[in-house]
Design a protein around this ligand. Structure first.
Ligand code: SF4
Length: 220
């Protein structure tokens, strides 16, 4: 069992932020593209670049796949790393169309979680975090994506090694979070990272986890 116990930490975070309910499935391909756009940028710029991409090409995946890459770069520029993201998104769209005859990833709902994740990770630019985000948010699958806030919180609580890579951290934490709480745990841990356990100057004196947290006790 981890120390501090996951059960205690999650219950404290639910007490503080409420326990979020999963809002239901969404389009898997759109969520994957949106998640790629979210890499290395904030939520506001992700929303803007996704909206601009959809507006520019009328929400038509085929037009995005076949457009000059420069036009896609222009559409998503506000989200940053556009020269990297645009060709990756176009390549994924073309691969999906070639392999499945349509611009859709809905077939992943009929596959096991491991198969679905491996398939998504076979695309360039899609690592465990992006694959799990897509499968959890759009597919409602039992995976636990760890963003920068969750990785930081797990390290400070002493659950994961700061030197561990993202894949190792995911492999370690996912089986330890109760399956029916993956979504709720993901949301409250991000919320805690944004509101209290900041990267710089965490607000430990106002933290509901202070008595459980080695980092907080050493730094307050
Ligand atoms: S005590 Fe400080 S470091 Fe620990 S979880 Fe809370 S805010 Fe983060």
């Amino acid at each position: 069992m981890l120390n501090p116990p996951i059960r205690t930490v999650l219950d404290r975070l639910y007490d503080r932020y409420g326990r979020p309910e999963y809002s239901g499935p969404d389009d898997l391909l759109g969520t994957l593209v949106r998640t790629i756009l979210s890499q290395n940028t904030n939520r506001q710029n992700t929303d803007r670049s996704f909206a601009r991409l959809m507006d520019t090409f009328g929400g038509d995946w085929q037009r995005i796949a076949e457009a000059p890459t420069e036009a896609v770069v222009d559409a998503i520029e506000i989200g940053g790393l556009a020269r990297q993201k645009a060709p990756r998104i176009q390549s994924i769209l073309r691969d999906v169309r070639r392999e499945h005859g349509q611009y859709s990833l809905e077939h992943l709902r009929d596959e096991g979680v491991d198969e679905a994740q491996s398939y998504l990770e076979s695309f360039k630019g899609v690592g465990p975090k992006t694959a799990k985000f897509t499968l959890m948010y759009a597919g409602g699958m039992p995976v636990f994506p760890m963003d920068t806030h969750i990785l930081r919180l797990c390290e400070r609580l002493g659950w994961t090694d700061p030197k561990a890579g993202s894949r190792q951290a995911h492999d370690f934490m996912e089986p330890r979070i109760p399956q029916d709480e993956h979504y709720a745990a993901h949301i409250v841990m991000i919320r805690h990272g944004r509101q209290t356990c900041h990267a710089r100057s965490p607000d430990c004196s106002d933290c509901t986890l202070l008595d459980l947290c080695p980092y907080g006790q050493n730094h307050s």
